[in-house]
Unconditional design. Structure first.
Length: 134
């Protein structure tokens, strides 16, 4: 299986909720972030993607590395995503831009009504819920 290397953010707002995004022309909600370009670190990719997609200017030195996760890609059949996940706490306004069509702040409650990317559903949201309880 082909692998897509991505960096993603568990973005936590001032109210403790986390941000999910949906790209134009797709159904699945997922964490903001994107592909890591050649020669780019995961943290650099994350900073660039958050700026392009959401208008956020973040200090990636403040990002807390949460781990590496893999899952079947939501939007690219036959691919797996390998994700470097970082936590970032933000209190800036977030505005969907570039390929982002919809954003949604969610808490740890049931999201069964949403179409979630496998990585988000199986790895990242359970981690987010465990951080909330800690």
């Amino acid at each position: 299986m082909k692998v897509i290397r991505i960096a993603a953010a568990l973005l936590i707002g001032a109210d403790g909720r986390t941000l999910l995004v949906r790209k134009r022309g797709t159904q699945a909600f997922m964490q903001p972030g994107g592909k890591i370009d050649p020669g780019e670190s995961a943290a650099q990719a994350l900073g660039r993607e958050l700026n392009e997609e959401l208008g956020l200017v973040v200090d990636v030195a403040q990002a807390q590395f949460l781990g590496e996760f893999s899952a079947v890609a939501a939007n690219e059949p036959g691919f797996e995503v390998n994700c470097q996940l970082y936590r970032l706490d933000v209190d800036q306004a977030v505005n969907p831009a570039a390929e982002i069509e919809e954003i949604l702040w969610v808490d740890g409650g049931s999201l069964d009504h949403l179409h979630l990317a496998p990585l988000t559903r199986d790895s990242i949201l359970p981690l987010y819920r465990s951080l909330q309880l800690a």
